[in-house]
Design a protein around this ligand. Structure first.
Ligand SMILES: [Zn+2]
Length: 408
């Protein structure tokens, strides 16, 4: 059984961890920042060293291609090199490094392949400096309007647009280089799980079936402000108390649904937020995610049962945004599972909670993902960690999956 190289993969992880190193085990590497451009240059240098031709498209997505033995569309694999502020050394970058490792192994071992193999780097996946997330895969897959994206303004520099950063980067290429069905036959993206399931259940590999659908609601409770010392309890219209009762109701009801449902109240505001005043307006959010649209519908029914008045306070709510669940290409999902089994790696099928570039690409070409465990489930922080041995298993499954696609 051919294997990627542990030493070589470890060297890649360590080398790329230097670009934007925070000195505390993580990186800050915003898209198109000086640190991200250094990472891109290293990527280009290493890919050219194994004979790849590197091109970029008009959103600065990078494509490094090694030729196949036949004139066919390419098989793609990759992820993103940008990070959130004080992020980890694995989110995104590991998908690029394992794809490089798989390509290097194929070249080093002289493994024949009919299709060209392309390692792809998507620009601005995190949306940490220029919103939204998954910006450039979104543009080329028809999800976002390009002009609006170019006008996206940096959060830390008023008036500075993504379009300007793109022009300055030196990586803006031709629209003709965009991934498209005539040039690409499939995409496989490896990513860290960013959650605790694989580690806790003792699995080496997550065979990703899709991305969970999600809804996000904002609730508003309107009561009456009053003096904390003079207003008897029976006369109060306490908006915070009404909100707390509703959060409790939501937990009680939602816990009766499927155990794979995850939901969060992560944001709450209380007006006037003064310890001597009864709150008159409280807002909170509810984020709920599940792979099955039927369960999401049940969540909506539970929300609809909230009365228009709770504890004498007026209740209103609105949907802030939502995302449909995404299913990856079943044949490719099977290849990932088969590949993991061949190496004797324990694996389970899993749905992704977070969004990834691959979820836009699947609308254009056959696509799937591979997860490796995240120690402690940590992600988007400096504690994010996956041992190189565990990353290597992912790289091997990726390598084998690419060869299965090549043979189909
Ligand atoms: Zn990511």
């Amino acid at each position: 059984m051919v294997s990627c190289s542990l030493e070589s993969l470890d060297d890649k992880i360590k080398t790329f961890g230097k670009f934007g190193d925070t000195g505390r085990g993580g990186v800050t590497r915003f898209s198109l920042s000086a640190e991200a451009l250094d990472a891109r240059a290293e990527f280009k240098r290493r890919m050219e060293a194994i004979g790849a031709k590197v091109v970029t498209d008009d959103m600065a997505n990078m494509y490094a291609t090694i030729p196949g033995t036949e004139t066919l569309p390419a098989i793609l694999s990759g992820s993103h090199l940008d990070s959130v502020r004080q992020g980890g050394n694995f989110d995104g970058v590991l998908g690029v490094l394992t794809a490089m490792e798989a390509a290097e192994t194929i070249v080093r071992e002289g493994i024949p392949h009919r299709h060209p193999l392309t390692v792809v780097v998507w620009t601005n996946e995190e949306g940490a400096r220029f919103e939204p997330a998954m910006m450039s895969s979104g543009v080329i897959c028809g999800k976002f309007d390009k002009a609006a994206m170019l006008d996206s303004v940096a959060k830390d520099k008023p008036g500075y647009t993504f379009g300007e950063a793109l022009d300055k980067s030196g990586y803006k290429g031709s629209e003709a280089n965009r991934m498209s069905p005539d040039k690409a036959v499939a995409l496989v993206e490896l990513h860290i799980e960013q959650g605790p399931v694989l580690e806790n259940e003792g699995f080496d590999i997550g065979v990703v079936e899709g991305v969970c659908g999600m809804i996000n609601f904002e609730f508003t409770f309107t009561g009456q402000a009053g003096h904390a010392g003079t207003t008897p309890m029976k006369y109060r219209q306490d908006a915070l108390y009404a909100a707390v009762k509703t959060i409790q109701y939501l937990h009680d009801e939602l816990d009766e649904l499927d155990s794979r449902l995850v939901y969060t109240t992560g944001k709450i505001s209380c007006h006037p937020n003064i310890h001597t005043i009864i709150p008159d307006e409280v807002k909170f959010t509810l984020d709920a995610r599940h792979q099955n649209p039927k369960v999401i519908k049940q969540v909506l029914e539970i929300i609809k049962k909230i009365p228009s008045e709770v504890e004498k306070c007026r209740v209103s709510y609105s949907e802030a945004w939502s995302r449909k669940s995404v299913a990856y290409t079943p044949e490719l999902v099977d290849y990932v599972e088969k590949s993991a089994n061949e190496y004797g790696y324990s694996n389970r099928r899993i749905y992704s909670g977070p969004g990834h570039d691959a979820q836009y690409v699947v609308d254009v070409i056959p696509t799937t993902m591979i997860f490796v465990p995240s120690v402690g489930g940590h992600s988007h922080c400096e504690l994010e960690y996956t041992p190189t041995e565990a990353c290597l298993k992912g790289a091997n499954v990726l390598l084998r999956t690419l060869l299965y696609i090549d043979g189909q």
